[in-house]
Design a protein around this ligand. Structure first.
Ligand SMILES: [Zn+2]
Length: 231
């Protein structure tokens, strides 16, 4: 038993879990007061933030509804991130030749993109070559990973040139290696940068050949786009 310095009440030791001298109940009360005070002071800022988040949520909902609708009806926007991901995924699917697509029109729920006999679960990532720092001419590829989900067995990272007309680099990077433990895989386009990923690099030529010869209108996702609107 000991006395809380705030309420001056004798209490069990087990009621002092957060602080040695102030009891949990007083501490909770104090925190609530602080929170109310903070809210009163920053009301406008907080409300504005809530409004922004709400708008973002609504936009996100509309966006995902549009994409799903495009996907279902075979009119997926080629230039949209989902459209580009679909194309890249199909290239990898074709080159590896031992995969099933895990996300199709019928079910769009899998965590990973492909299931391969040789590489097991695969997530396909793509990036065009981008300028790294504005004042210099350094370029890089940046592949964004999902940080909240478990990594697949392998990431197949497709590096395009600047205007995405060609596939120039391909890396197959294991999901459990130290390079995949952050939100992005960054490959700087210098001898030193590339050497760090040398062990994961595979021949990009077959990928580029498939990409260049792909008739995307044969894919169910794009089947109903007007043929004359070439990507
Ligand atoms: Zn107390």
């Amino acid at each position: 038993m000991k006395e809380c310095i705030n309420c001056k009440t004798e209490k069990q030791d087990s009621e002092f879990t957060k602080c040695k001298t102030v009891c949990d109940k007083c501490l909770q009360h104090y925190r609530t007061l602080k929170q109310r005070e903070y809210y009163a002071k920053n009301k406008d800022k907080i409300n504005e933030k809530r409004r922004r988040e709400e708008t973002w949520r609504i936009n996100e909902k509309t966006r995902s509804r549009t994409i799903n609708n495009q996907f279902r009806t075979g009119k997926l926007n080629i230039k949209s991130p989902t459209g580009q991901a679909t194309i890249t995924e199909h290239v990898v699917f074709t080159v590896l030749g031992d995969c099933v697509k895990l996300n199709t029109n019928e079910k769009f729920t899998s965590l990973y993109d492909l299931e391969s006999k040789s590489l097991n679960n695969i997530d396909v990532k793509s990036s065009s070559l981008m300028t790294r720092y504005k004042p210099t001419s350094l370029t890089r590829w940046c592949f964004h990973l999902h940080i909240n989900t478990e990594n697949p067995d392998n990431f197949v990272c497709i590096g395009f040139n600047q205007d995405r007309s060609e596939i120039v680099k391909v890396w197959v990077i294991p999901g459990n290696c130290d390079k995949t433990h952050s939100a992005n895989i960054n490959v700087t386009n210098t001898a030193n940068g590339l050497s760090k990923f040398k062990e994961y690099e595979v021949d990009a030529a077959p990928y580029n050949t498939i990409y260049k010869n792909l008739n995307i209108y044969e894919l169910p996702e794009f089947r109903n786009l007007k043929q004359e609107v070439k990507a």
